[in-house]
Design a protein around this ligand. Sequence first.
Ligand code: S3P
Length: 186
Amino acid sequence: MSDLLKSANVYLIGMMGSGKSTVGQLLAQQLGYQFFDTDTVIEQYSQQSIATLFAEAGEAEFRTLETQVLAELAAYTRLVIATGGGIVLRRENWSYLRHGVIVWLDVPLDEIQQRLQADTTRPLLQATDLPNRLKELMAQRRSLYAQADVHVLCAAKATPEHIAHQVIQQIEHVIEPEATPPDQED
Ligand code: S3P
């Protein structure tokens, strides 16, 4: 499988709470790749939590850092990268994502809502009606997520192991091994 990928990075995209980090770590193990999470790199770099960054510097500054981190990571190979749910919003980010294989983890909104009910770390979901907010964000983003190379429909109760397995199978399906050229005869 990693042969088939030819060292290309795998980018996981999708809504907050869709399991990108958990599934990404499993995938990295299975592929013999390194794992990174753009939010974690941003937090390490800025020495601030995402919530504090949003509160003090604002979303626009966060998005700029997110693009910088993505650009840095895209310079390497053999990485599985879990991205923040909003990475798809900036056109510029796609020029980096497109260097690798982009996988959308598509989890039903009801399930995401349950997972994030008590979450306090995601600034875009605070002090708001969660079900409507998620619907609104999904309406803005669905067509962007749909531009992934691989669309994995994740059943609500599927385990991360099962989803990682689905991702690998679907990547194998979209990346065809190069056809062996026919013998050149005179
Ligand atoms: C965001 C998703 C978060 C984080 C930030 C903004 C978004 O990452 O980047 O809170 O715009 O959807 P996760 O998708 O890892 O939760």
